[in-house]
Design a protein around this ligand. Structure first.
Ligand SMILES: O=C(O)CCC(=O)C(=O)O
Ligand SMILES: [Fe+2]
Length: 222
């Protein structure tokens, strides 16, 4: 942290925010979801139906109970099953690179693409994707690439009922549509963490819900 920074990685978050903002503004395929809380965008048909089906099958292979730093599966906070997709597998690598390219970010700051599956009753309660820098786990994450900047999340299947992504501060719920990629900046333009990004994976009521998520840091992720 430099003297000018009030929060860890603030300057880096502001720079990454600006870089991605410019890139997205120049891309006619990117649809801004207008709101007064955070930078949120959607891209339709980012993944083809064949790609979605293949990713769902891969998730079934790696999915195990999701864990979080402070609140684990047993607490009911994040009851979905999740797992990292093999970053060395060529198909996964291709999807991952397409997300990097869309955002214009260096693949080195991106985490491994994570797959997630929710069955009826499973959910991810309201949370922010950024790390709480006052928590003990931050010391580890700080050395592993620092604060999270942007999130990219794609829906992979049609959910029979439930499973929307609810941005609780904005007051909108995005309905899962296969192939749609959502992206948002977890920071404010000045680089402070944005509370307005609070979101939840609503309980699936019927069927299953599959998503992939890629989080970007501020420095090389390891
Ligand atoms: O499943 C969703 O709609 C949200 C997932 C999410 O918030 C996350 O993976 O960080
Ligand atoms: Fe999230």
């Amino acid at each position: 942290m430099t003297a000018a920074e009030t929060v860890p990685d603030q300057q880096a978050l502001a720079l990454i925010g600006e870089k991605v903002r410019k890139r997205l503004a120049a891309d006619p395929g990117v649809y801004p979801i207008e709101n007064s809380h955070c930078e949120l965008f959607a891209i339709g048909n980012f993944l083809s139906p064949v790609e979605c089906t293949k990713l769902c099958a891969m998730i079934d292979e790696v999915a195990r109970p999701s864990s979080l730093h402070e609140l684990d599966y047993a607490s009911g906070f994040r009851t979905s099953y999740s797992g990292d997709l093999d970053p060395h597998e060529s198909f996964v690598k291709g999807i991952s690179r397409r997300i990097d390219d869309l955002l214009g970010l260096d693949s080195a700051i991106g985490e491994a693409v994570q797959g997630q599956r929710y069955l009826p009753g499973q959910q991810f309660q309201p949370h922010n994707d950024w790390f709480y820098t006052s928590e003990k786990y931050w010391q580890l994450e700080k050395a592993r690439g620092g604060q999270r900047s942007w999130t990219a999340m794609a829906y992979l299947n049609e959910v029979e009922a439930g499973g929307g992504t609810h941005f609780t501060r904005i007051g909108i719920e995005i309905e899962p549509k296969p192939g749609v990629l959502l992206i948002w900046n977890n920071a404010l333009p000045d680089g402070r963490p944005n509370e307005g990004t609070m979101h939840a994976g609503m309980p699936v009521l019927k069927g299953a819900k599959y998503v992939i998520t890629k989080w970007y840091r501020t420095r090389q992720w390891r």
